[in-house]
Design a protein around this ligand. Sequence first.
Ligand code: SAH
Ligand code: SF4
Ligand code: F3S
Length: 462
Amino acid sequence: MTNAQAPLLKRLFIETHGCQMNVYDSERMRDVLAPLGYAPVDAPDDADLVILNTCHIREKATDKVYSELGRLRAHKERRAEAGVKTTVVVAGCVAQAEGEELMRRAPVVDLVVGPQAYHKLPELIARTARATGERLAADFTPEEKFDALPAPKAEGVTAFLSVQEGCDKFCTFCVVPYTRGAEYSRPLARILDEARALADQGVREITLLGQNVNAWHGDAGAGEGTFAHLVRALARIDGLARIRYTTSHPVEMTDDLVALHGDEEKLMPFLHLPVQSGSSRILKAMNRKHTAEDYVAIVERLRVARPDIALSTDFIVGFPGETERDFEATLDLVRTIGFASAYSFKYSRRPGTPAAGMHGQVSEEVSAERLQRLQALLGEQQRAFNAAQIGKTLPVLVASAGRRPGQMHGRSPYLQSVHFDGAPALVGQIVDVRIEASTQNSISGTLSLRPREGEKVARSAG
Ligand code: SAH
Ligand code: SF4
Ligand code: F3S
């Protein structure tokens, strides 16, 4: 325990699981705890405060929390023997879904806090500390609103910006509407302020986040209140060169948003648009509110607006009632669209969701076999997409040094990882790289001599 004379700086370790929303939330937690004297560290070993930011989406994700807590117990006991206290906090979607059970099953946990309550974290931590006579660096004023907090500190040239939270879609397999609550859109002015603050700190690319990001709406009247309007407003911010958004729902791909992909140079030609299945029958049972044909039609419209747009998606295989024929419809959809990348998962039965009680649960063997076939096809498409860049010159946003000395790392417009030889001073610039080689997960090439600003993307399709 800290005595009155000792420095009051404390070490904070946050371990983040799950989606980008959790990554963003972890950064906000770091920011709200800074005034209490918590400085981030890279490993849990010497941390005074450990926060597990958890994911509940599949059973495996939840299991991970309990194994992690086992490790943390040993860590906490070791430190206690040396006379130092460790506070363990569970945040995120498991905290929201299983708060009480967590405290019961894992006594190592001092505090459980759900995603809607992070603004109360300083208060909760301070209470926990006071209860044990521990001192913190600063007294705090409890913030009633997350939004009232200072803009996040940028850590590089790309950043996430949360614009929307929660979900009202209630897909029958999914826990998110229960762990993240109802759809909520942050006000336009707050988002613009945050984006400007990020741009002032050197951020060149922002990714707008939300569980249904394209369901964002402002309070202003028609036209002013749409997600497309938000993107247009952000595109006017000097310094920001690239805008992305994730994750979108197909039913929210409105005409103005599709058109914007053709008009707005700063909107990058890559879209993550989860489809889940290629069988309209299964999509109906999933309560996805779109058919396979609807999805193909949306992609066609996007490609008319922006011929080189690259697509990514999510699939679930082995949803209750999925037959071999349904699964083949999924493979057909993959062949029809041609994805640049994709995530695919075996269906995981989540207690409390409607699908958990459905007839026709698919066996582990069948699901595993289908997943393997699907991933083989998706892997082939990803390799082909990357290989198709060879010979092209792509504008690359330089993000960091690469692994090898002299090597730099950046992102293509299509969100590919790009490696090339160059100087560290290039970080933050958009440079031309001539692509010469590819693997399934990245591409590489040679820097063109003339670094340049602004974006110009070769419009030739795939
Ligand atoms: N709002 C986003 C993200 C949801 S979670 C969306 O609509 O896409 C990310 C992905 O996890 C989902 O797209 C889905 O493919 C997968 N997923 C969600 N629940 C699942 C479950 N019970 N079993 C397997 N995969 C699941
Ligand atoms: Fe889950 Fe469906 Fe909402 Fe996405 S849209 S978060 S899959 S319920
Ligand atoms: Fe997982 Fe919660 Fe994100 S369940 S995927 S961390 S919204």
